[in-house]
Design a protein around this ligand. Structure first.
Ligand SMILES: Cc1cc2nc3c(=O)[nH]c(=O)nc-3n(C[C@H](O)[C@H](O)[C@H](O)COP(=O)(O)OP(=O)(O)OC[C@H]3O[C@@H](n4cnc5c(N)ncnc54)[C@H](O)[C@@H]3O)c2cc1C
Ligand code: SF4
Length: 432
């Protein structure tokens, strides 16, 4: 229960998803330290790789948080870093991890961990520069029979016994809405009228805590605080998750520049800031939705909700920073204030600012209130699945990637069963 309303329950339990989280952590080289996170649910095993160490400034902050009675944790991270054997490590712990592709292929992303290995199989084909424009169904409306695409300026049609849509929460919903036909007048699989609705994307802030001392950290995203994720002694409702973005500098600050602190330049602010990433849960509002306008363009309507928890989380961080004492030179006086970096210029969030999009084709047991069943198959079609962030019923307040991956692995097992195929043994990849 949140201050702003209810975060709805999912039709599957955490226990059903847990083995797939473990599998996802192995495939995606997740580093972490089990038992540190005060919100950690049951795990059947430890993290497959050890936690990524803090650099000195972040360790100092972690010590300060611990002294204040919090339980700071090492942020789980999917990078191919081997700190014990640095000469063998693919990851070189650089300062451009956040928002940039990795130039040494050490970021454990879908391209490296899944797409490239999948392409080693002779029966896998990847078509690039190919946009799916429409799905056609049989006359009964029960099966997708044709996948229409535009490829290098030409139109082509593909088909398959099972069709899986994975375009991301906005584009998958848009595709189903664009594929309306006589049997599915509101859009494919949309008898419930939920397709495109309940868009969620988290309430996020980037906050720069300026210190008198510089912050020379190279890889900053190693520390998180979840003490205010659920209720806390101060408030009975969830506030959210505190972690870090990659180290900001004068150049990155020029885009979405914060209010410049008195006597500081952007460059100087970048050198002295701890750059926090705060995430709070937004709730599924049916009016926050993806639609298609008369010109066939995607329109996203979004009104923020459940913001009180986020405001309190920002205040909480400010108060925690004011209580820092571990600086050996300035002690408590080291903290100079908290500054918001505008994520977006202007008030409205553009379509480009939807990194954590989810919830637009929700799954559930009741076809009246959900578009997908518990296996992410469309209730109204026999061979259509949607496997991406669209299926979320609620968004939580942490990055969504591992849950999207774990669910894809779960649906994959269901598909193997449906096709009567034996599940292959999972392959372990080595760090080096
Ligand atoms: C800069 C950035 C940083 C992030 N960092 C993190 C992080 O640290 N941790 C985390 O957990 N999450 C992170 N996220 C969020 C995470 O990347 C997403 O939640 C996740 O990738 C969503 O997965 P998805 O399968 O739903 O969609 P996507 O990963 O977006 O995949 C959809 C794919 O479908 C393709 N597509 C769309 N429409 C069509 C069409 N009509 N025809 C053909 N192809 C189509 C797209 O090109 C894309 O390749 C980050 C996101 C961004 C943008
Ligand atoms: S971008 Fe840098 S820190 Fe990130 S995985 Fe690659 S080498 Fe490692």
């Amino acid at each position: 229960k949140h201050y702003g309303g209810i975060s709805p329950e999912w039709p599957i339990s955490y226990d059903e998803l847990e083995p797939y989280y473990a599998q996802a952590e192995r495939i995606y080289h997740v580093h972490g330290h089990g038992g540190e996170d005060p919100t950690e649910p049951r795990r059947t095993g430890g993290y497959p790789f050890p936690a990524v160490s803090h650099e000195p400034r972040i360790q100092q902050l972690s010590d300060d948080f611990a002294r204040l009675g919090l339980k700071p944790l090492h942020t789980p991270l999917g990078i191919m870093l081997d700190e014990k054997n640095p000469w063998k490590s693919t990851c070189i712990r650089c300062n451009t991890c956040d928002g940039f592709p990795c130039l040494v292929n050490a970021k454990a992303d879908a391209h490296i961990c899944c797409v490239l290995p999948a392409l080693q199989h002779p029966n896998v084909t990847l078509l690039t520069d190919t946009k799916v424009t429409r799905l056609e169904t049989s006359a009964s409306g029960r099966e997708v029979t044709e996948v229409h695409v535009e490829r290098n300026g030409t139109k082509e049609i593909y088909n398959g016994t099972i069709v899986i849509v994975s375009g991301g929460a906005i584009n998958s919903a848009a595709l189903l809405l664009r594929s309306a036909n006589d049997k599915h007048p509101n859009g494919l699989a949309n008898g419930s009228d939920v397709v495109g609705r309940h868009y969620m994307g988290h309430t996020n802030s980037v906050l720069m805590a300026l210190s008198k001392c510089p912050n020379p950290t190279v890889f900053q995203k190693t520390l998180s605080v979840n003490d205010f994720y659920f209720k806390s002694p101060e408030w009975e409702f969830p506030m959210g998750h505190i972690s870090f973005v990659g180290k900001l500098d004068g150049d990155t600050l020029k885009a979405g520049a914060p209010k410049v602190a008195p006597k500081w330049t952007l460059e100087l602010m970048g050198k002295h800031s701890l750059d926090f990433w705060l995430t709070s849960e937004d709730l599924p509002d049916p009016n926050n939705r993806v639609t298609i306008n008369r010109d066939g363009e995607i329109v996203l309507q979004y009104k923020p909700n459940n913001e009180e928890g986020h405001k309190r989380l920002i205040k909480k961080l400010e108060s925690l920073m004011q209580q820092q004492t571990k600086c050996p030179i300035h002690g408590r006086e080291c903290h100079e204030g908290l500054f918001a970096r505008n994520l977006f210029l202007g008030q409205r969030i553009p379509l480009a600012g939807v990194a954590h999009q989810n919830g637009t084709i929700r799954f559930g047991n009741d076809p009246k209130t959900s578009a997908l069943d518990r296996n992410c198959k469309a209730h109204e079609l026999d061979n259509l699945y949607v496997v991406d962030a669209s299926f979320f019923c609620s968004s939580g307040a942490v990055n969504p990637g591992l849950t999207i991956i774990a669910n894809a692995l779960r649906v994959g097992d269901h598909l193997l069963e449906r096709m009567n195929v034996r599940r292959p043994e999972p392959e372990m990849t080595s760090v080096a």
